[in-house]
Write a protein that binds this ligand. Sequence first.
Ligand code: NDP
Length: 332
Amino acid sequence: PVSATSDNVVLVTGGSGLVGSALQHLIFSEPIGSSYGRKEGEEWVFLSSPECDLRNITQTQEVFRKYKPGKVIHLAAKVGGLFANMSSQHTFLRDNLLMNDSVLQASHESKVNKLVSCLSTCVFPDQVTYPLTEEKIHLGPPHSSNFGYSHAKRLIDIQNHAYHDQFGDQYTSVIPTNVFGPGDNYDLKDAHVIPGLIHKCYLAKQNETPFVVSGSGKPLRQFIYSRDLAKLFIWVLREYKEIDPIILSVGEEDEVSIREVADAIIESMGFTGPVEYDTSKADGQYRKPASNAKLTRLMRESGSEDFHFTPFKIALKESVDWFLENYQSAAR
Ligand code: NDP
């Protein structure tokens, strides 16, 4: 065993990433003792890769020995765009398998009493009926474009059940839809749609060139603001009792088209130049809705009616404002 834990210590892996930094913002801005703030006496530790390479079990055990967490939120992952995934399936599989195994095993050895890990909607089968619901994860192979990453993520659910069945460990996982927010990855080669469009619109404004959006703008997606997701992580940590995963998403009725995303960015950025839709670029799937029925039901049952998703335009404005204030470091 690594050491005895302190229930007052919450360790967050991947604390420097998009979701981890939103969690830091929440924990340090909400009043102590409030619904989504720290509990009195609770200590939060946010890890980044320079402090510990989680692919290495020895380093991971050392970190658990140092902080003695009673609760863990496991966000760290090797995450990448389509091209990176397609060209490095083995790296995405192995890095994520190793990280997940180190974190779950070190948690087990040190008797962590609650562990919440993070899956992604790409774990779902390629051939699936919509909307996505939690019980459909293992019904068929994931899309081939990122099978390494998806299988590593799926295995977290299997590991959670195995640790629970054999040892009674309380390990669970969440499935967020497309996350966006301050501190996103704005690298034009590899960015998700929202940070990519924010960066492109900024450059179009600076260079007085057209703002070119890839595709028709028609596909619909469910986007979740990182700061809303952070609150839901707190709720899962404190209230969610199941081992099975739970989808963290806005409702199906809150899908947003890529055109609406572009329009909201244009408005927030104050861009007045021409906008073009490059229909020679692929649109991807028209919709891939996920159901948040389980989340809505359980939050209601736990009396968490004070949670509301931030309206999309406001969340997007906050994200654009963050990008403008941090352009030098953000658009790396
Ligand atoms: P980011 O890419 O922004 O952050 C990844 C984090 O993982 C960073 O803190 C990074 O540390 C850390 N990390 C990566 N490799 C290692 C390593 N070998 N050892 C230790 N730490 C490591 O990811 P997000 O915040 O976007 O994602 C968080 C979680 O949410 C992930 O599990 C991801 O799969 C999941 N997710 C994300 C979605 C999205 O749209 N962004 C959608 C659905 C799920 P450092 O920066 O210091 O290197």
